[in-house]
Write a protein of this length. Structure first.
Length: 297
């Protein structure tokens, strides 16, 4: 069975150098392992992800010399599929509806922290855990509700122990794979279906990696901690576990991670300035050492 890699950008902004590194790593790793390479457009946010941005994104990837298998998967066309699996989790009693707004959550946590004089738990991204116990919400499936995973119940339902194979530079035995113990409880009661759409990044990413037959998930280290949650969802949904490789992140001069929201220099802008694909490789400090962990399977 050939290895299957993917690049899964969210077209809510322009591709930047960090994306170029991620896409090239996946593409080159697929070549090096005689594997295959697929593309997936993660456009569940149908307001921010526009056709224009998608067209530009595909054009940038093509310009970089990246070639992918057709058809390109688009998450915005798969809402019914996500909904089905969401129903599965609901039927297992692992989800509950939640109407609280961001403001409600902030207020409840602030009040609690002031009284308790200690911090409320936070997830690895720094967001507060959903304070269900503080909100005394009625669990009613009314109109506009998000669906949250009941982490306590989910923990009881998954098959212990939960691990993933990591081949990225954070693995202590890099470039050899290391078995990493997953700790999904760090995330609290995450949202699996948003108020405005029947899924979330976490739910659709695990369903689609399985649907596309992905064997190697190669993505930035900013998603390392989320892998714990992805392994939990794979276990609850009976999905296979791919290998994970979380690659180095590019930073700007100030040492900050490149990101669309911080208006990092886009590939489009660099192209306009006459930068060539081989210069892009220099800018991302491309080195064959980046591919060391990928050997023919
Ligand atoms: N769509 C995500 C992003 O653009 C990446 C998802 C993944 O690689 O798992 O950040």
């Amino acid at each position: 069975m050939p290895a299957l890699f993917r690049f899964a950008p969210s077209p809510n902004g322009a591709l930047h150098l960090g994306h170029a590194l991620s896409a090239l790593l996946n593409f080159e790793a697929a070549k090096q392992t005689d594997g295959r390479f697929r593309l997936r457009i993660e456009d569940i946010d149908t307001v921010r992800c526009t056709e224009d941005k998608i067209t530009q994104m595909l054009d940038d990837l093509d310009w970089l010399g990246i070639r992918w298998e057709e058809p390109v998967m688009r998450q915005s066309e798969r809402f019914a599929f996500y909904e089905d699996h969401l129903q599965d989790l609901k039927a297992k009693g692992l989800l509950y509806p939640s109407q609280a707004s961001r403001k409600d959550i902030q207020r409840a946590v602030k009040e609690w922290e002031t009284t308790a004089k200690s911090p409320w738990p936070r997830d690895p991204d720094g967001a507060v855990h959903y304070p269900r116990a503080l909100l005394f919400e009625k669990e009613k499936d009314g109109g506009n509700a998000a669906w949250r995973l009941n982490m306590e119940k989910a923990q009881a339902a998954y098959s212990h122990p939960l691990f993933w194979q990591e081949t990225g530079p954070l693995a202590p035995t890099y470039p050899q794979a290391t078995q990493i113990a997953a700790s999904p409880q760090e995330w609290g009661d995450v949202i699996l279906a948003r108020k405005d759409c029947p899924t979330s990044y976490h739910l659709s990413v695990v369903l689609d990696d399985a649907a596309q037959g992905i064997t190697h998930v190669v993505r930035g280290q900013d998603l390392y901690a989320a892998t714990s949650l992805h392994r939990l969802l794979q276990s609850l949904l009976d999905l296979p576990a791919p290998l994970y490789h979380h690659h180095r992140l590019l930073t700007d001069i100030g040492g900050q991670k490149l990101s669309k929201s911080r208006q990092s220099l886009s590939l489009r802008a660099l192209r306009k300035d006459g930068v060539t694909p081989s210069q892009i490789k220099k800018l991302i400090r491309w080195s064959d050492a980046d591919l060391e962990a990928f050997t023919a399977v």
